[in-house]
Design a protein around this ligand. Structure first.
Ligand SMILES: C[S@@+](CC[C@H](N)C(=O)[O-])C[C@H]1O[C@@H](n2cnc3c(N)ncnc32)[C@H](O)[C@@H]1O
Length: 276
């Protein structure tokens, strides 16, 4: 039988395979369910065969660009630990811009009705629910796998949201109008070279194909049928789509059309108010 591998040897193996040190630490911490300081203090401890096998499997997958979040099965978003699977997009910090903006729009409203379209892991809906327990929040996704993860996240976090499976507004028949509609829809252009690096995430979550604007256009077109007078539509989009989304909103008759930038200073979300 082979000699068991120690913590230090596992880290050395990862390093010589080309994995950045911080990532190797992160994966090994997840394998051993330990803190960073424990790892450093116990670098001569041996891994069990199961731990070694899992670490080596994750190392191979990571070197094939599988995101860390899929390997460990979770991602932090807006202070919440969300479970993620290959059915869900991994929530991005940039999307927190949309959450902050949505919370601003909910200020002053009692029990606001809010809709998150294309909820994925539930990131936006659950972030809003975690800050506004009085809000009535609905989330929609066309992927049954993603919606199951979002619903499980809601249950685990003890947050109240209503889930609907289907395409955009279709599964909402019979629901009342909303004070706020938020969405981070697929918006990457179908020929964008970044899609290659993102190949482990569901393509249908990333791109509507074509120039990337079709879902943003669909949501802008149909949101007025679902907004209460004075309600807002807030949309995340690509850094180079702000002008196109502003035109879509203005042409549809939205007022107060405005733009928010992400932490990197890039145009990231646009929205407008439906006067009714
Ligand atoms: C960019 S991801 C956003 C996920 C999540 N809201 C977030 O910010 O992390 C887009 C989501 O839209 C969903 N989606 C794509 N087409 C859809 C459609 N026609 N109707 C409803 N959801 C759709 C995808 O399944 C995916 O979960």
């Amino acid at each position: 039988m082979n000699t068991p591998m120690t913590v230090a040897e596992a880290l050395r193996q990862a390093s010589s395979a080309g994995l950045p040190r911080a990532e190797a630490h992160y994966l090994l911490q997840a394998v051993l369910a330990c803190s960073r300081s424990w790892l450093i203090a116990h670098d001569t401890d041996a891994l069990t065969p199961e731990q070694q096998q899992r670490f080596e499997h994750w190392l191979t997958q990571r070197l094939d660009d599988v995101p860390l979040a899929y390997l460990v099965g979770e991602k932090e978003f807006f202070g919440l630990t969300l479970q993620v699977t290959p059915d869900t997009l991994i929530p991005r910090p940039d999307t927190e811009v949309l959450v902050h903006w949505a919370l601003e729009r909910m200020e002053g409203l009692t029990a606001p009705r809010v809709l998150d379209l294309g909820t994925g892991s539930g990131a936006i809906a659950l972030a809003l629910a975690s800050r506004r327990s009085d809000a009535v929040i609905h989330m929609v996704d066309a992927s049954a796998g993603a919606l199951a993860v979002a619903s499980a996240n809601a249950r685990r976090l003890g947050l109240k949201v209503q889930a609907h499976l289907g395409s955009w507004f279709e599964p909402l028949a019979g629901q009342a109008r909303f004070d706020l509609i938020v969405s981070n829809p697929p918006y990457v252009a179908g020929n964008d070279h970044h899609l290659r690096a993102l190949r482990h995430e569901p393509r249908s979550a990333l791109t509507p194909e074509g120039n990337g604007l079709s879902d943003l256009g669909h949501l802008t077109q149909h949101a007025p049928d679902w907004l209460s007078p004075g309600g807002w539509l807030l949309l995340e989009h690509g850094w180079d789509q702000a002008d196109a989304v502003a035109s879509l909103l203005q042409e549809r008759g939205f007022g107060d059309v405005s733009l928010r930038h992400d932490l990197g200073g890039q145009p990231r979300a646009s929205g407008g108010r439906w006067a009714g």
